[in-house]
Each structure stands twice: as structure tokens, then as C-alpha cells.
Design a protein around this ligand. Sequence first.
Ligand SMILES: [Zn+2]
Length: 431
Amino acid sequence: MKNIKCISILLFIVFLFSASCRESKIDEQILLDIEDFNDSFHAFELNRGNFLPERNYISPSTENINGIISSNYNFNDDKFYFWLTKKYDTADQSTGRNMIAYVNIKTGIHHYICTDLLCKHTEFDECKYLNFSDIYFAEKNVFYTARMDDSIHTIYQVDLDRDSVVKVYKSQGSYLRAIGSYKKNFYFFEINHKTVNKETKYYENLKSIDINTKNIEEHGCLLEKYTDINASVFYIGNDKFYFMSLNKIFTTDLFFENETLICKIAEDERIGDYYYDEKTDELFFNVRNQEENTGTIYVYKNDELNKINMPHENIYCFQLTNNMIYYSPYDPIYYGTAADFQHTQVYDYTGGKIYAADKNNPIKAKLIFDAEKNFIIYNPFNSYVIIGDYLYFDDPELVEDGEFIYFNVAQKLEKVRINMKENTIKYIRFE
Ligand SMILES: [Zn+2]
């Protein structure tokens, strides 16, 4: 999620520890002494509402998100994947490492992707699954990802069934940006820069790996007119690259030619969430005006862009499923002021409310969940995800330090699952 108006320096520190932001560019090793950092803070107690503990997990239909591609979650073979930050301590410091976990939504069980029962998922255990950030499934239980290893950026193929983690491409000191898999190829940009007359130019060379042969193919450099507007590919399909940039959403063919405009973005607007439905070839996205706090969902299909008429004109975030549009209007709850230099104000911009509209008749919507300040269902790093009747979210700690406050998602090895129909709750905890 890119709505980061409320990020403070403290939140930024939390961000460094938080794993799941798909926009993170560099998989750095983060070393901070958070023991001292935490001593003067205490958690703000939230009332937890009237939920019963979840006793039986009721398997929802996976049909409701199958075939929908999103930056907000990864879904493959009935498993919903997300990131946690494993922390471990040495004598003088604490360290955070990205670790990928999942919930099998057929069974409700959860696990790290490392299945070694003796592994504690730290460097000391030589856990091979640490520090993968953006992952792209190419086949059932096989994903591709980039990781920084001793300053060398490397593309990996991870086969979860075979428990294998294999290096498939090593950069020569350049940065690799994974973009996705398409037709048995995995695509990425190899990015170099040169500084001439104090001006730095970036060269983004498109490459692909054949999933079967592992052969590398070069496809040429992204045109300067696209690097100049920070254009980045967010989806590959229909022999097209789908780009998002500072001022427009557009497609090109796989040779960066035949540009087609999808939507212009004004200066005070930002793209929020987006979803590509591979079954219907529809792209849904939210355009937010950050000054006026308005937000509108658009759908693009067959070269046609249409605004979706909904009961709210101030949509802050949304989730698409095969039948529904779930969304939260801009309805900020103010929690306090962060301890950064600008004294950023800390909000849950969703107000904890989730509405549901029928995808085929979205003009009406109903309130299906109201956290009533019992939980923070949305934080600057992670959105909530709804699968069937179940709502998943991070439940960040609200930490108070004297007059200051911030969200802490860093040290919680946990997802919360609420069954909105049965009114049950489960804290899905990881060791
Ligand atoms: Zn492990």
C-alpha cells in the first residue's frame, strides 16, 4: 500500500523491520539496537471487542480470490502468503529478517515456508528462506524472487514441494527488480546507473529466465521517457506490460512499443490498491486525491476505462474478489503524534470500517465490519485481506512513549483472523 501520508521516522524504523511492503527496493540487512529503543515505551491497550475464540475453522471457497492478482497478497495452491519479521538477539543488538509464512485456507493451518522442524529461522540455523521480499509464483508451489547476498543481487527459484532454494541468476553488481512471470518465463530488470555531468541516469535492462531451461534472454532497455517518469511494471499479461508512473497508467507491448494510455494521474492524485482479474481481463484500481481525501475505483477492460459508481466517493483502500468489492472509506481515527521532527499525526485512515458491495451491482454497499477502535485493521505497510467470511490483518501494537505514539508491527509474529459471520477470533501465532 502506498498511502504513506502518516509515516513518521519511528514508523520508518518499523518499516525497516516490517517485511511485506512490496515497494521495498533493497533487501538490506537491518541492524538496530532495539532493546534500548524499547525500554522507554509501553503498549497502548486496546479493548478487544466481544469475539468468541475460534474453535473450528470453516473452510471458505477459494473461488472468491482465485485468479485475482494483487500486490496486497500472494495466493497459490490454496495458500495465502504473507511476511513476518523474525527478530533475534545477540549480546549487543537485535536483528530483523523477513520470513514468509502462510495460512492454508482449506484447512486453516499456518506455517513458515521453511518446514524444517528444528530450524529456528535465523542465520545461526542457516535458514535458507530468510530475507526474500517480493515473490512471484510461476507454477504451483514454485516462486521466483530476488535477494541481496553479500552485496550481490541474485534471482532465486524456490520450490516449496522439493524444499529447494536455487540461484538462477547473479547480477554483476547491479540491482535486480523482479517483475513477474508470464508464459513460462520469469521477467526482471537489471538496473545500472551512470553519472555524467553530475546527472545520474538509470538503465533498466529487461531480462527473462526460461523456467524450464533456465536460459537467460535479454530484451533491451526501458526507454528513457519511461525511466524519467519512474514507470514501473506492475503486471504482465495479454502480451503487454502494465505500467504505473508518476502521471499515468499505461500499457506497452513486450518491446516497450505501442503505448496505450489507461488513465492519467493528476499531481495531487495517487494510485492506491490495484487488482488484475485474469479470468475477465479487468484491471481495477483506486485513484485517490490526497488533498481532498477522495477516492474512486475504476475498471479498465477492452481499452475502455469506466468509473465504478459506489455509495462512497472517498474510498481509501479496497479489495477485489470474484463477487465482491470490499472497501474502507476515508474515515480517520486519530491516535496521537509521532516523535519525528515533523510530529506526524498517527491515524488509522479506514476508521476500522469495511463495507461490501456486490461487484455486479456496486451502487449499494453494506457495513460488514466495524473494529470500533478495538483493532487497527489497516496500517501503512499492510492492508487487511478478506477470504470468505474471514478477515485477516496485522493488528499492530500502538506504542506510547510519553506524549508520543506510533504503530509497531515489527515484533509481532502474528496475524489476526476474525470470522465476521460467526464472530470468532484467532490470533495466528508463529514462533
Ligand atoms: Zn528455517
